[in-house]
Design a protein around this ligand. Structure first.
Ligand SMILES: Nc1ncnc2c1ncn2[C@@H]1O[C@H](COP(=O)(O)OP(=O)(O)OP(=O)(O)O)[C@@H](O)[C@H]1O
Ligand SMILES: [Mg+2]
Length: 273
């Protein structure tokens, strides 16, 4: 039987060697995800302009910036939705994401949470997670797929993580907006991503849901890396360690929340001076 890496990369030895024998990613000598000098233009307009970004294994990075700064486009490039004109995007030291399509990038361990939850209202919370598990090619699902005890345990653990254990048997349709967002994060977790990209997670949430989401995202770092894009500065402050400020498709500055908020260039950009 072919190995995970062989299935993923076919006969390409260079790519194959980038996934270690046990399926672990090689991040021993640097970041888990990086992009360098990436530019994307739409009809001559540069949405990304020589953007470079380095994400460490296990870190929670917040990315802020005014509307149109290129935050979502950055995620589109990482996940293979948008191809850059120039630049490089690597997962670990050796996996060239620009050589892979969207499904392959998701499968190699980069998960993305879109703003609009796409849970199945008619299915139970548990079934939604079960579906996410089946969507994972690594489980070799068939029409006759049955959950193993281990997989049930995994779903149970994810339910616990996202705080929805009590809702396992409820239809997802009855969940609040915030709970649906958590379920979607849970569905993402079923795929065991090594990097999670989260775009504007708290839009439309109540104050309590926002606090719970902050706790959830904080609990997810470490075992995996997170890149969180959010406009709400109070929320960003509550989870941030390192903050990257994007402006006009490139990094304006990086640092702690205090550092970036006191940076005159950042103030200028936000005040539209
Ligand atoms: N598919 C596209 N075609 C044309 N222009 C696009 C496309 N996608 C993005 N843009 C433009 O690129 C720029 C960056 O957009 P992007 O969505 O990445 O910004 P953003 O930082 O996510 O903004 P927001 O905070 O409003 O979500 C914007 O000017 C946008 O209009
Ligand atoms: Mg956006």
């Amino acid at each position: 039987m072919k190995t995970f890496a062989e299935n993923l990369f076919g006969e390409d030895d260079k790519l194959k060697s980038s996934v270690l024998a046990d399926g672990e990613l090689d991040t021993r000598h640097g970041p888990i995800l990086y992009m360098e000098d990436v530019s994307v233009s739409f009809d001559g307009f540069k949405a990304l302009n020589k953007l470079s970004l380095y994400i460490d294994a296990g870190e929670l990075r917040c990315v802020i910036g005014p509307n149109g700064a290129g935050k979502t486009t950055m995620m589109d490039v990482i996940t293979g939705k948008t191809r850059p004109d120039v630049g490089s995007v690597f997962f670990g030291q050796t996996i060239d994401l620009l050589k892979m399509d969207e499904p392959a990038i998701a499968q190699v361990g980069i998960g993305r949470k879109f703003q609009k939850p796409s849970v199945f209202d008619a299915l139970t919370v548990f079934e939604n997670l079960e579906l996410a598990l089946k969507a994972d090619k690594r489980t070799w699902q068939t029409l006759f797929f049955r959950l193993s005890g281990e997989q049930r345990d995994r779903i149970g653990a994810v339910l616990e993580t996202v705080g929805l254990s009590a809702f396992a048997k409820e239809r997802a349709g009855i969940l609040s907006h915030g709970q649906k967002q958590w379920l979607e994060i849970g569905m993402l977790l079923m795929q065991e991503p090594k990097v999670m990209l989260v775009d504007e997670p708290i839009a439309g949430m109540t104050h309590q849901e926002i606090e719970r989401t902050a706790e959830l995202l904080l609990s997810l770092q470490g075992e995996r890396s997170l890149v969180v894009v959010e406009h709400d500065m109070e929320f960003v402050r509550s989870i941030a360690k390192k903050v990257t400020v994007l402006h006009e498709g490139t990094v304006l500055t990086e640092g702690t929340m205090d550092e970036v908020q006191n940076d005159p260039r950042v103030i200028q950009v936000y005040l539209g001076g």
